[in-house]
Design a protein around this ligand. Structure first.
Ligand SMILES: NC(=O)c1ccc[n+]([C@@H]2O[C@H](COP(=O)([O-])OP(=O)(O)OC[C@H]3O[C@@H](n4cnc5c(N)ncnc54)[C@H](OP(=O)(O)O)[C@@H]3O)[C@@H](O)[C@H]2O)c1
Length: 326
């Protein structure tokens, strides 16, 4: 099968399209024929080994076991292991591969109990593939860590990326009053996802307005730390998807110990229950997928270059062309 192989850490040029062996599903695994996959911010972090501890997991000098990047997919079940009960051959599915990656390829194997579900009936493969990463991470932060409640005032900083666009929609679903912060070109799009208010960070510093929030969720890693804390209500939560440098981690711990406000980071985990939940949300019309651009598999390096600019609208999809080549 064709796959994008990354055997070095470095620039997008380290990724090469290669012929590799087609995987064979184990007894409790499914083999998925991939129609669409994505390039996410996580793929970039792994390719660049940024932050450094990524090397402890994926390989100290170079990527070792997980040389095919990509953590989201939509496609169809091509074969099932003998113990598989949840899926049958031909089922259309979507989901996430988690830290094992492997989705930037024509095929991958996943455990039947992995973060996969039948694809929503009202989405294309491209749209469905772009859901799991941003939406499961935002669910993890807003629902699991933030215990978001109906009626709360929630600000999403970085509302126009993969996490942010999902976060706006999820916060609305949970009944919050949502303010989205993004750049000028994306204000209308964020509003169209249900944000009650949008703020252009290139023109306005939201921390200077005097308004306070129950939850501030920063998906971008660019929000002003002190300003966010002072823009929280008593008992407010500052959720940080990018909480990897020592200084904010220590400041966050100190704040959480010495005040009623809490600073929360963490690493999201994808679960099948979340993918099923998202499928239902999509089918009931409460979650849309935002696809900025699509690239063919052989142009995955180009897609990385675009994502690297840090200003994509939602998601970048990789389409796997099949034609007669089944
Ligand atoms: N903790 C976890 O488990 C976890 C899981 C997944 C991802 N992450 C991390 O979350 C981060 C975001 O991921 P993503 O996939 O959503 O990225 P993305 O799609 O590239 O989105 C980046 C967001 O940052 C905003 N942004 C860029 N520069 C900015 C600036 N100077 N000021 C304010 N906002 C700015 C962008 O808005 P504009 O384009 O409008 O400027 C956009 O909304 C990544 O660093 C990723 O590693 C963490």
């Amino acid at each position: 099968m064709r796959a994008i192989i990354c055997t070095e850490y470095g620039s997008p040029d380290v990724m090469q399209l290669k012929e590799v062996e087609k995987p064979i599903p184990k007894e409790s695994e499914v083999l998925i024929k991939i129609h669409a996959t994505t390039v996410t911010s996580a793929d970039l972090r792994i390719r660049k080994a940024d932050p450094f501890p990524i090397r402890f997991f994926y390989g100290l000098i170079r990527p070792k076991n997980n040389t095919i990047l990509g953590s989201e997919l939509a496609g169809e079940i091509e074969a099932v292991g003998k113990n598989v009960k949840r899926f049958k051959v031909g089922d259309p599915v979507f989901g996430g591969t988690g830290i094992s990656l492997g989705a930037n390829a024509e095929y991958t194997c996943l455990p039947e109990e992995g973060a996969i579900a039948i694809k929503p009936t009202n989405m294309t493969d491209e749209e469905a593939a772009a859901i799991p990463f941003g939406a499961t991470t935002s669910l993890f932060f807003l629902r699991d860590k933030g215990k978001i409640q109906s009626g709360q005032e929630v600000l999403i900083y970085g509302a126009s990326g993969a996490l942010g666009m999902a976060a706006v929609q999820l916060a609305k679903f949970f009944g919050a009053q949502v303010t989205g912060v993004c750049s000028t070109a994306k204000l209308e799009l964020v509003k169209s996802l249900g944000a009650d208010k949008v703020i252009d960070y290139t023109k306005e510093d939201f921390t200077q307005s005097g308004k306070t929030y129950d939850i501030i969720f920063d998906t971008s890693g660019k929000s002003p730390f002190s300003g966010c804390l002072s823009s929280l209500k008593t008992n407010g939560l500052y959720l940080r998807a990018v909480h990897i440098n020592l200084s904010p981690i220590l400041r966050g711990l100190w704040t959480s110990i010495t005040s009623s406000k809490k600073v929360i980071g963490g690493v999201a985990i994808e679960r099948k229950e979340d993918i099923i939940f998202l499928k239902e949300l999509i089918e009931s019309g409460r979650m849309k997928s935002i696809v900025d651009r699509c690239y063919p598999l052989e142009q995955t390096a180009e897609a990385h270059r675009y994502v690297e600019q840090g200003h994509k609208k939602g998601n970048i999809v990789i389409t796997v062309e099949w034609g007669n080549n089944t």
